[in-house]
Design a protein around this ligand. Structure first.
Ligand code: 5GP
Length: 193
């Protein structure tokens, strides 16, 4: 998606440790109109596929998924929680995921009420790096007996391999921008086309 690539080029910053910061429009301040066009792009890619629900993970995935859902017939959006809370009652699907940015394990939790056997689920997230977060969400779907129809990602860091591994496993991964290289010294960012 050319618009997203241009925003990454002009407003993104490359940090040490393979971290790309896009706080100006995606991860802190949110450009809702951009999210809307991202949703339209995923809807075009996944046109004709059955999607009953969108599953994402807190926090940055929520806004993107909620805006995108409007392009999928306003299907419900469920976000996996990253911490136990007294608000989470009843039975839950729980797995553990290693966070690339926080460099620690954290739980990923969805109430059994909101993920059901036979549902066709679209996974959406802001970033795809090594694929740990997505594998966590895929594991929860598998436990619930739901099937993963596809995966919509805003920014994939292709050089970290998570996206290509998921494609090799047979998942339909639609990343709107794929960064193949980035240099913290020069700030240069190279996209895959
Ligand atoms: P993975 O689990 O694929 O290794 O990493 C994906 C998760 O880590 C995403 O949910 C995202 O929140 C975070 N993440 C990974 N790399 C980056 C990055 O370069 N920038 C930002 N802002 N978040 C990232």
């Amino acid at each position: 998606m050319q618009e997203l690539e241009e925003r990454i080029q002009s407003e993104g910053t490359v940090k040490e440790g393979d971290v790309l910061k896009v706080d100006a429009f995606l991860n802190h301040q949110c450009d809702v109109r951009l999210f809307d066009r991202m949703g339209a792009a995923w809807a075009e890619h996944f046109a004709g596929k059955k999607i009953d629900k969108i599953l994402t993970i807190e926090a940055s995935g929520i806004g993107i998924a909620c805006v995108a859902a409007q392009h999928f017939g306003n299907v419900p959006v469920v976000f996996a929680k990253k911490a136990q809370s007294i608000n989470l009652d009843g039975d839950q699907y729980v797995t553990s995921v290693y966070s690339f940015t926080k460099q620690k394990e954290f739980p990923v939790i969805v109430s059994k009420k909101y993920l059901n056997a036979g549902e066709h689920v679209l996974l959406i997230d802001d970033f795809l790096a090594n694929g740990k977060a997505l594998h966590g969400l895929i594991g929860l779907c598998r436990e619930a007996g739901a099937s993963v129809t596809g995966i919509g990602i805003a920014v994939e860091k292709g050089f970290q391999g998570g996206g290509d591994a998921l494609r090799a496993e047979g998942y339909d991964v639609d990343s709107l921008a794929i960064v193949d290289a980035m240099d913290p010294a020069t700030g240069e960012i190279t996209f895959r086309h």
